[in-house]
Design a binder for this molecule. Sequence first.
Ligand SMILES: [Zn+2]
Length: 261
Amino acid sequence: MEIIETEQVTGNQSRSPIDLNMSKMTVVNLKSLDWHNYEIVPKKLKITNTGRNVVVCGNWQKTPHLSSGPLRSDYTFSQIHFHWGPTEMMGSEHLVDGASQPMELHAVHFKSDYLSQEAAMRETDGITMLVYFFKLQSVPNLALNGIVNSLSSIQPPDSSIRIPVEPISNILRPFEDDYFLYKGTVPVGKYETPVMWLFSREPIAISLEQVAQFRNLNDRNFNRILNNLRPLACVNPPVFYANPKGSNYASLLPVSPDSIP
Ligand SMILES: [Zn+2]
């Protein structure tokens, strides 16, 4: 805990993404992470092809937010976006035990006191990023259908449509304990802004056909977006393993049976 709080991000060097390896992490005991309103059905959900990425955002009567765990304040859910690569063998920004994963989901949260993601991006404690990796399965994951089925409608860059509303906990399984974290960065324009990265050990199931749909989206030159991954950072920030509970056979757990349709 002490180490997490005193670890400072200095300079403007990228500290993310990195390779995650449970055997090299420091175990820390933290309060459980608290998830609020993730099971609430939003009033509206919108998906956008930004020309580089796919972003899902929404409106809620009560917006989902995170607190406790390593967080000193409330962090409001802002958006979900996806990272993928030219093949499912090369589809994640972070590596796990040296291996690339088929895809990676980022759920951006901003410190509620700063009122917006844009304002929070300028602060050193403004952003917390939840990360879920994907794991291939032979059949489509029906929980992703709302997103995946809409991709053909947002093939042109800078296009967006509304998608059927559902709680985001249908896609992101909340975890209170047994997760990884480190202080890294994300690029904001020419600069790197500090980010607290929190990783689910349980991946989200996806089929090969579902991953392939993301590669049909077009960038602003009307080429297919085959890769929106950043290279590994040249530094190795300390990584922590909070409140271990699950199996320690590998860094990622199997997909739970009830998320398989
Ligand atoms: Zn991202």
